[in-house]
Every structure is written in structure tokens, then in C-alpha cells.
Design a protein around this ligand. Structure first.
Ligand SMILES: *[C@@H]1O[C@H](CO)[C@@H](O)[C@H](O)[C@H]1NC(C)=O
Ligand SMILES: *[C@@H]1O[C@H](CO)[C@@H](O)[C@H](O)[C@H]1NC(C)=O
Ligand SMILES: CC(=O)N[C@H]1CO[C@H](CO)[C@@H](O)[C@@H]1O
Length: 329
């Protein structure tokens, strides 16, 4: 993917297309912009990751019992992003996070998407949300691909570790929106406003373009071990649980892309991020930026509980180094 300096209207086209066969999840990913790969992670493994995620929270608050709401103290939990995810304290590189990223069923799903096992993985966050402990957030429709990038550039993934029923928090998508965003940008926006950032929010007026064409939001339901996939051009947001939900939502965000799509600069930056045990964006091969390593309290001061490395370091095998982009395939 070329990333040379361009004028405002220049578009970067991807040569990739999803090759699906009848009735397959790839079909749905292509036509609707999202899909669920059932049972990508065996149930006992999903339970193990979920347990490890809870244990990680308990290293901040040993009294935390996920089954006893009276023990949930928001102020004792590690600092979260405004999107309710954990990306500080090197959690992104905890051993269980890397084990999850290497789950054969997850890696194989992405290998089918891209037609190669020579993949890079994102260093993305963990979401563990205790029910009714967060203030509900209004929908925040967005895509994670720059308006200038055209065609398929990135598929995102959620390794779902908890039950996501109609009342629970889960990913909300606008099925079919991946097919319309380019037309939206071309007809409703000014190319000089297009940024390189792989992120674009849609306000109520923008959303009319999609709703007037019959598109509607849909919460993606999933069971522990399922892999939720979506095209970065699909409009989506993190859906809120209702008051009826009593499920602790646990998910790991992980996206994979062919190593050969990464530029030399992107690989160098990825190596830098990896050696700092840092987090990047949702993207595995491009849009690599070291996020602020330092956890900050709501008043902006550094969190004294800061950790500069994982509590349980991953086993740094060749496989891990290749997925991390540190070692070439
Ligand atoms: C994390 O999960 C919670 C609960 O479902 C949700 O409200 C939040 O938006 C999620 N974060 C992201 C980035 O999707
Ligand atoms: C959640 O709610 C369901 C239905 O009300 C109930 O059967 C289940 O035991 C509850 N689980 C927890 C962990 O509270
Ligand atoms: C902590 C957590 O999310 N637990 C849920 C995981 O998924 C199982 C099966 O759907 C639920 O029963 C748990 O409550």
C-alpha cells in the first residue's frame, strides 16, 4: 500500500477482494461487512482467557469478585480509555493476550481472508466491562479506515470471551455500510477535509445517508470463543448493555494482515512499540503509532500503579516475533 505524499483528492486503492464461497462467513463479510466465525476458540480456552482477564483486574483490586456486584469499585479498577478499554500497564502484551492472538482458529480465519499465513497482528486492547458499572454512552458511529483509502484494507476482529445476548454489551454494526461509505464520501463530503487518520466519525446528519437507504444498526450476538470480524469500512460502535444485563463483557481486539503490506517505516515503528510493551491502533500493518504508555488518572496526573512491562511476560518465540513484525517471514 503506497503511502507517499499525495494531494487531497488522491485515493489509495487496495487490490484485495474477499473470495467467498456459497453460504460461507466470508460471503457475509464481503456482502454485509461483518461476520461471526463460530467457535474459533475452544470453550475451555475462551474460559481460560476470560479468567486471566479477571485475574488481571484482581491484581489491582484483590477484593474484586465478578459474581458479587457489591465488590465492584470503579475507582479501584485500572484506568480505562473513554471507550472502556484497557491499553495501559502493558496489558496488551500480557502472556494471555499473546496466547489469545496465537489461537489457531483465530489466525486461520484471518489466513483465509488474506490467502496467507504470513501475518502481522495488531497490539490492541482488552475490554472487560462489569455490568451496570459504567455510564452508558450514546452511539458513536465510526469507521476505522481513512476516507482516502478505497477498497478492502483492514479487517478487524473481536475474540469474544463472554456471552453477548440482546441485553448485553456487544459490537453494533450497520450491515451493508461498507459498500456505501465510499459513495458517501464522494457525494457528501469535501475531499479537502479527508485526513489520513484511519478513523472517521459520522454525525446524525451523515447517518441519514445510510438510514434513508434502509440500513439499520444491528447488535452482533456471540458466544464465548466466537470471533467477530468486520471490515474497517463498516460503520460500528461499542454497544451498551441494558440495565437487565448481568454479564461481564470480556473481549480482546485483534486484527491481522499480510506482513508484505507493511512498509519499512511501519515495521520499524511496530518493533519500537513492541520493545516498549506498548499498544497501537486497531491496525496490524499500517497506521502504527505508539499510544501514550503512561496510564493517567482522570485529573491527568500519572497513575502511580503504572507498569512498564507485563506482569506475566509472553514467551517470545519466533512465531510471536513474526506476528509482531520484528522478525521477517
Ligand atoms: C467495551 O465494552 C463495553 C460494554 O459492552 C462497551 O460499552 C464499550 O463501548 C466497549 N468498547 C469498545 C471500544 O467497543
Ligand atoms: C443473570 O441473570 C439470569 C437471568 O435473570 C440468571 O439466571 C443468572 O443467574 C444471572 N447471573 C449472574 C452471574 O448474576
Ligand atoms: C465473566 C463472563 O463473561 N462470564 C460469562 C461467559 O460466558 C458464559 C456463557 O455464555 C456466561 O455464562 C458467563 O456469565
Amino acid at each position: 500500500m503506497a503511502t507517499e505524499t499525495v494531494t487531497a483528492s488522491t485515493r489509495v486503492y487496495s487490490p484485495f477482494r474477499l473470495i467467498a464461497s456459497e453460504g460461507d462467513w466470508l460471503d457475509q463479510l464481503e456482502s454485509q461487512g461483518y461476520a461471526v466465525v463460530k467457535g474459533a476458540v475452544p470453550p475451555e480456552r475462551a474460559q481460560y482467557y476470560q479468567q486471566k482477564a479477571i485475574e488481571w483486574l484482581q491484581t489491582f483490586d484483590p477484593a474484586l469478585d465478578p459474581n458479587d456486584p457489591s465488590t465492584w469499585k470503579k475507582e479501584k479498577l485500572p484506568v480505562q480509555t473513554e471507550r472502556n478499554t484497557y491499553e495501559h500497564y502493558s496489558v496488551v502484551h500480557e502472556k494471555f493476550m499473546w496466547e489469545a492472538r496465537q489461537e489457531p482458529g483465530v489466525v486461520d480465519a484471518f489466513a483465509r481472508i488474506w490467502g496467507t499465513h504470513e501475518l502481522l497482528v495488531s497490539f490492541d486492547s482488552l475490554n472487560v466491562t462489569l455490568p451496570n458499572l459504567k455510564t452508558p454512552r450514546a452511539p458513536w458511529p465510526h469507521i476505522d479506515q481513512a476516507p482516502r483509502k478505497r477498497g478492502l484494507h483492514c479487517i478487524q476482529g473481536i475474540i469474544n470471551l463472554s456471552h453477548a445476548g440482546p441485553e448485553d454489551g456487544s459490537l453494533v454494526v450497520i450491515p451493508g455500510s461498507s459498500k456505501l461509505v465510499e459513495e458517501f464520501f464522494d457525494t457528501k463530503t469535501d475531499p479537502s477535509t479527508w485526513e489520513w487518520r484511519d478513523n472517521r466519525y459520522f454525525d446524525d446528519k451523515d447517518m441519514e445517508f445510510f438510514t434513508s437507504r434502509g440500513l439499520k444498526p444491528m447488535k452482533v450476538l456471540a458466544e464465548p470463543g466466537d470471533l467477530i470480524l468486520w471490515d474497517s469500512r463498516t460503520i460500528h460502535w461499542g454497544g451498551e448493555p441494558t440495565e437487565k444485563s448481568n454479564t461481564t463483557r470480556a473481549v480482546i481486539y485483534a486484527a491481522y494482515a499480510p506482513a508484505k503490506l507493511a512498509s519499512k517505516d511501519a515495521l520499524e515503528e511496530k518493533e519500537r512499540v513492541f520493545s516498549a510493551w506498548g499498544a497501537t491502533t486497531h491496525w496490524p500493518h499500517d497506521n502504527i503509532k505508539l499510544r501514550d504508555l503512561q496510564a493517567r488518572l482522570p485529573d491527568g496526573t500519572p497513575d502511580p500503579r503504572h507498569r512498564s512491562e507485563p506482569l506475566e511476560k509472553p514467551e517470545v518465540t519466533d512465531k510471536v516475533l513474526r506476528l509482531a513484525g520484528v522478525k521477517a517471514y
